[in-house]
Design a protein around this ligand. Structure first.
Ligand code: TRP
Length: 332
């Protein structure tokens, strides 16, 4: 039986943080072992909001690719590519634009929300409204069956399904499978201040940060605010440090720190020291791999070039079929 095809992408926002690692990336690393996976850097999507400052995107593409490879996405097991290097996406985006009713885009919840939230950028551009059409092109180009995404992306996958159905219906041919969103329950990893981990809050720990900085950030992390003095008992569930222990520490250590916190048998620093040891042990191989890759950027570039070529050949096949279906082969 053919393996199911899985596709997902991330906008290049720079180095990945622990929230990205435990959210999307680890899930992808597992999926590549079982499915025919395509993962890509959505740099055109970054441009829909950052069109006025494209300088950063280029560097961020490489930061992200390096982190992916360091964390364990394996080009022998999956296909990794850069969106803007597969021009077929632009063609399919254009054609899907023809069949996508405007109201589908105008009622997209992320469209209005983001326009309001990101006040410092003018998001009244056509490209931003079309963001989900481009995303639909990314997905159906590879005839993906499953799209692993976070909750925030569900409206986009839903729209992709509607666009795929509409294409098949209008042109009377089942060209595109209707993809499913794959929502994975992932542990939510708070930032160092207890809020959601996010670059814009400045509360991130990055996966390839130096050991000293990680140690420092964990030592300064927020704990249960009610535990003011060393002998005050605490509530582990109120401390972001405990959320980290649940990911990084052994069951025995989790029990030990929870118990120690509730009874004030251990202090917050003791608890954090255990966490630091475990986080560093966990991230060490990733950081080492990253250093090794950084020393050989020519090889990294070659990997991404070869991988992108693989994606391109799949995309070229789909586009031949699409042009044929719509009747766009003028010279034939
Ligand atoms: N919009 C997605 C995000 O912001 C990134 C993305 C672009 C994507 N194209 C995709 C995700 C296709 C899944 C499939 O996270």
């Amino acid at each position: 039986m053919e393996k199911k095809r899985i596709l997902s992408g991330m906008r290049p926002t720079g180095r990945l943080h622990l929230g990205n690692l435990h959210g999307a990336l680890e899930n992808w690393i597992q999926l590549q072992k079982q499915y025919d996976c395509f993962f890509f850097v959505a740099d055109w999507h970054a441009l829909t909001t950052d069109y006025a400052s494209p300088e950063e995107i280029h560097g961020n593409v490489w930061e992200m690719a390096l982190d992916w490879l360091s964390a364990g996405l394996d080009p022998d097991q999956c296909t990794l590519f850069i969106q803007s290097e597969v021009k077929e996406h632009a063609e399919l985006y254009l054609l899907l634009g023809m069949i996508t009713p405007l109201p589908w885009l105008e009622r997209n919840p992320t469209y209005k929300e983001q326009q309001q939230q990101i006040e410092q950028k003018d998001l009244g551009n056509f490209g931003f409204l079309g963001y989900p059409v481009l995303q639909a092109a990314d997905i159906i180009m590879y005839k993906a069956n499953g799209v692993p995404v976070g909750k925030d992306q569900l409206p986009h996958v839903e729209l992709t399904r509607e666009i795929a159905r509409r294409f098949n219906f209008l042109y009377e041919r089942e060209v595109f499978p209707v993809p499913d969103a794959l929502l994975t329950e992932v542990p939510v990893l708070p930032g160092t201040d207890g809020r959601k981990m996010s670059k814009s809050y400045g509360n991130c720990i990055y996966i390839t940060e130096s050991e000293e900085i990680i140690r420092e950030k964990i030592l300064r992390m927020m704990t249960d605010p009610a535990r003011v003095r060393r002998h005050d008992p605490g509530t582990p569930e109120l401390s972001p440090v405990f959320a980290y222990h649940k990911i990084y520490s052994s069951a025995d250590e989790v029990d030990h720190v929870a118990q120690g916190c509730r009874t004030a048998a251990i202090g917050c620093i003791d608890c954090k020291k255990i966490l630091i040891k475990n986080v560093l042990a966990r991230l060490r191989p990733i950081r080492e791999k990253r250093l090794e890759l950084e020393r050989d950027m020519a090889r990294v570039t070659q990997i991404l070039r070869d991988e992108t070529a693989k994606a391109r050949s799949v995309a070229a096949q789909t586009m031949a079929e699409v042009r044929d279906t719509i009747g766009l082969n003028v010279f034939r």
